[in-house]
Write a protein that binds this ligand. Structure first.
Ligand code: G3P
Length: 478
């Protein structure tokens, strides 16, 4: 009961001098499951100092050696999948099977990043001067990609391991050092993942992991002069970070309100299957979840019926039992979702299932006949509640999608590929999926949000490039 997980600094596990801890509440039992150190600002300073020093020699470590260590870490991570998955089940109520998948996917991501890194960082450019008017061939320009320095990685609770390694691996292969601030819910899973990197034998100080209260070390970390790049995935906090951060590259992914447009000629079984999977997996707690269905009125009754038939089959209960719908991450999150549901009720949305909640567990709910004056038409519930808006034209659907302040992904169901492409072009989102629910993976695909959904592009290749800067040397011939 009294055990507090240590934080990771200088290749060692340490207790914070604060003597304080942060409790991690199990979303299912709503009792304290684990405790982590509440690190101090002095400890953050120390971590930054060490990260800066460690990066200098890491940048000189041959690329193939960096890759070799990452491959080793990936293998260890996969070996540790069971205990890490158990943390995910207890800390964030991720269904047991999905928790294992997250860890395995993370191992694969690390290996792929190592492979991709040796290819793209192993190449530079050579330019000659006489292609630009007025120049003779008297200048040779050599370009290469060099590391940024210290990368600060802040992943969210919904993928504490996967969205941490999606920042750690590109940072390291590119020759950067890494400071991780895990989400409180998921911190122990993240510490265990860091332990895998520790076992792989990375140099001391190259990776650090500080835990603690956002109010104490959050701004201090993101505004720290020692940070050369911030990679953040999460919610509104990202907007605040981007306003306060210094002149450093930012990679941000801040949620979405992914629309699913269903046309009259769509395969409605395919659409219904994807709506349920996209809207309700991990109880809707994914940035890329389907968050609003925009269906043509003429097929709406049939689609809603098909979706409801599938919703009825979703199992509801604890993550240990591999239920489809599990408790949402916190009581405040459940209260927020309930607020959206009550607003829709007052404004006469059609409840396809009765609203039911026990503690943090909310039963899956499809709301039909949602109108634009309802909050749920625009806000992200990050829970198992999905609104359906009936539309009379494709333009109406596109308009709703583009009126959102978010722009992460979207999807369209139709058998007409020409229409699908035109709709994709018209949708102001980072990605549009044709005939499938939105998703980030496969993890080497570019992944980006526009508007309030983010800054920059992720995905393995883009993240490696983003965590480097271009260096040129010009040889001037006599
Ligand atoms: O919510 C985080 C976002 O990156 C979603 O990832 O793999 O569930 O599409 P995924």
């Amino acid at each position: 009961d009294g055990e507090v997980y240590k934080y990771y600094c200088e290749g060692e596990w340490k207790k914070s001098a604060s003597g304080k801890s942060v409790a991690i509440i199990n979303p299912t039992t709503r009792k304290t499951q684990y405790k982590v150190q509440a690190c101090t600002q002095e400890e953050v300073n120390k971590v930054m100092e060490i990260a800066k020093a460690a990066q200098k020699s890491w940048a000189k470590t041959p690329l193939w050696k960096r890759a070799e260590l990452l491959h080793k870490a990936a293998a260890i991570l996969k070996e540790h999948k069971a205990p890490i998955a158990e943390c995910l089940v207890k800390e964030i109520a991720k269904p047991a099977k999905d928790a294992v998948t997250e860890v395995v996917r993370s191992g694969d991501l690390v290996s792929y990043t190592a492979e991709e890194g040796v290819r793209i960082l192993g190449e530079g450019k050579f330019l000659v001067s006489d292609s630009f008017p007025g120049n003779e061939r008297t200048k040779y320009c050599l370009t290469s990609k060099i590391p940024l320095g210290v990368i600060l990685a802040i992943p969210p609770f919904n993928y504490p391991v996967n969205l941490a390694v999606s920042k750690i691996a590109p940072a390291l292969i590119a020759g950067n050092s890494l400071v991780l601030k895990p989400p409180t819910q998921g911190a122990v899973a993240a510490l265990h993942m860091v332990h895998c990197f520790h076992l792989a034998g990375f140099p001391k100080g190259l990776i650090s992991c500080v835990t603690g209260k956002g109010s104490e070390i959050g701004d201090f970390l993101t505004m720290h002069p020692g940070v050369n790049c911030i990679s953040f995935t999460g919610g509104d906090t990202g907007v605040a970070i981007s306003k306060k951060a210094g002149m450093v590259p930012l990679q941000m992914e801040l949620g979405g309100k992914d629309a699913c447009i269903v046309l009259e000629d769509a395969d409605l079984d395919l659409a219904a299957g994807n709506i349920v999977k996209g809207g309700f997996s991990y109880s809707g707690q994914r940035c890329t979840a389907v968050k609003v269905v925009l269906v043509m009125e003429s097929v709406a009754d049939i689609l809603v019926e098909k979706v409801n038939a599938k919703v009825a089959k979703l199992t509801v209960g604890p993550p240990e039992d591999n239920c489809d719908i599990t408790p949402v991450v916190s009581e405040s999150s459940a209260n927020f979702i309930e607020g959206l549901v009550m607003d829709a009720k007052e404004k006469d949305a059609t409840f396809c299932q009765p609203y039911k909640r026990e503690g943090n567990l909310i039963w899956p709910l499809l709301l039909d006949n949602v109108r634009p004056d309802m909050r749920i038409a625009w806000e992200e519930p990050f829970g198992p509640v999905l609104p359906v808006i009936r539309i009379n034209s494709v333009e109406e659907g596109i308009h709703h999608c583009n009126a959102s302040n978010f722009g992460l992904q979207g999807c369209v169901f139709t058998k007409d590929i020409n229409k699908a492409i035109l709709i994709s072009d018209a949708m102001e989102t980072g990605t549009v999926q044709i005939n499938s629910a939105p998703a980030r993976g496969p993890d080497h695909f570019p992944f980006q949000g526009i508007k309030d959904s983010g800054i920059g592009s992720q995905g393995i290749t883009n993240s490696i490039n983003m965590m480097t800067k271009v260096k040129t040397t010009v040889i001037n011939l006599p």
